[in-house]
Design a protein around this ligand. Structure first.
Ligand code: ASP
Ligand code: MG
Length: 436
């Protein structure tokens, strides 16, 4: 069995939904995970924001507009009266539900219930389309098996048990369909795996079903060797190891949600990135195999904040770093890059929600400096002990760009440099031109 996940643009219009139907109807057993139609989740977020701000009027206008768009999709998607009718009923039902929230108090729970409607609609529309085409399929609600625990981590035991129960209840089916992104939390409430989380859904499902492959279908032909929005002539990568892909996804390659590597890696299931617009293109295969050496790709992550703690007490002292890291741990803030000298340590973070408290506490240990609007540029590949010269290439190419931090040696797969975001584009291009 394969898990096939289609992102928002892959199901973004009636014609792309029809393409997806062709792709999944291939006589293999496929577990299909769908995102909401492109733009929907953003719209639902903005509707929720209006409701939060008690701006009923704006919320109603947005709800109405989105609902209208969906009737257009229904009209273009189905050809029989029966399914046109079913489609319209479905949309009316989900939008009545969304409208029901405009009356009362608006809570975080309600916001999550609203956000879930995007995936619930796309999967139901898709399921109806297959039915209209007489293609047998089963719609399995993610709310019946996908669950996170109190730490917001996937409850793997629960997921495996319940997903397998759902599958056993529907034996002999070739196409199973479910929603990406949405889940229940430890209290049984509707929740989600955070924005972009459909990829994560797919790999959690792949792990639970011990699938033979997890395919992530998007609108680009695999992971590229640099950011195509910043650099010309980037190329798709045919192969990456789990570790290389995780570094790239975490450090900015937008195509894949960074959390989605781990379940696949644990279960050793290959992940294939494919392009719905060009299904025959090879895409990128991510697996346990480490192929080739040297620099494979470059990615950048923005909105990085650097914190420097300088203390004479650090000189020859032990336990200093532990104290510093404990502060970040207290505020559940993860650190991306670290560099140390004998009297100072610099770290970077991207989650600045607790920055003021962190800085206050760090001040007990030394002088604290904070820099914002930084970008981490990650150069990812397979840097064997014998590989020589790549560090020179990287730093040679950056000779005209101020570099704030450098991190190398943490793994065999990553060299990271921290630059001002205003220099990011130039840095990406300079490294690209030098190494590729
Ligand atoms: N629809 C959700 C989002 O836009 C999840 C996803 O597409 O991965 O964030
Ligand atoms: Mg995505």
């Amino acid at each position: 069995m394969k898990v096939l996940k289609f992102g928002g643009t892959s199901v973004g219009s009636s014609s792309s939904i029809k393409e997806v139907a062709k792709l999944v109807n291939n006589n293999e057993v496929n577990f299909v995970v769908l995102s909401a139609m492109t733009g929907t989740t953003n719209e639902l977020v903005s509707i929720s924001d209006c409701l939060n701000n008690k701006d009923q009027q704006a919320a109603n206008a947005k709800i109405e507009k989105l609902e209208c768009n969906y009737y257009d999709v229904v009209n273009a998607l189905y050809s029989t009266n029966a399914f046109l009718e079913k489609g319209r009923e479905l949309i009316a039902c989900h939008f009545d539900y969304i409208k029901s929230f405009t009356q009362d108090m608006f809570t975080l729970y309600e916001e999550k219930a609203i956000l879930a409607q995007g995936e619930l609609i796309s999967t139901a529309l898709f399921h109806f389309f297959l039915q209209e085409q007489n293609i047998p399929s089963v719609l399995v609600s993610a709310l019946n098996f996908m669950r996170i625990d109190k730490q917001n981590e996937p409850d793997t035991f629960y997921i495996r048990e319940n997903l397998n129960r759902e599958m056993k209840a529907n034996p002999g089916v070739k196409i199973y369909i479910t929603q990406g992104f949405i889940c229940r939390n430890a209290f049984g409430e509707i929740d989600n795996l955070k924005r972009g989380g459909s990829d994560y859904s797919a790999s959690i499902i792949g792990q639970a079903l011990n699938a033979e492959e997890i395919q992530i279908w998007t609108d680009i032909d695999g992971m590229h060797n640099n950011d195509p929005r910043m650099v010309e002539n980037t190329k798709p990568l045919a192969q990456l190891s789990f570790d290389e892909a995780a570094e790239l996804a975490y450090f900015g390659a937008k195509i894949l949600h960074p959390s989605s590597i781990l379940p696949a890696k644990i279960a050793n299931i290959p992940v294939r990135l494919k392009n719905t617009m060009a299904p025959s293109a090879e895409g990128t295969l991510i697996s346990s195999e480490v192929v080739g050496e040297g620099i494979k790709a470059i990615a950048a992550k923005d909105e990085i904040t650097a914190i420097k703690i300088k203390s004479d007490r650090m000189l020859l002292a032990h336990g200093f770093l532990r104290k510093v890291f404990e502060i970040f741990e207290t505020y559940k803030t993860s650190i991306d890059m670290i560099t140390t000298s004998e009297v100072a340590v610099s770290v970077t973070i991207d989650d600045i929600r607790h920055l003021p408290q962190i800085v206050d506490e760090l001040k007990h240990y030394g002088m604290v400096e904070v820099d914002t609007e930084l970008s981490i540029i990650s150069i990812v590949g397979n840097f064997l002990n014998e590989s020589k010269g790549f560090a020179f290439q990287i730093f040679d190419s950056l000779q005209n760009i101020p570099v704030r931090m450098i991190s190398y040696g943490g793994s065999h797969h990553n060299v990271s440099v921290l630059v001002n975001t205003s220099d990011k584009k130039e840095a990406l291009n300079a490294i690209h031109n030098k190494v590729f």
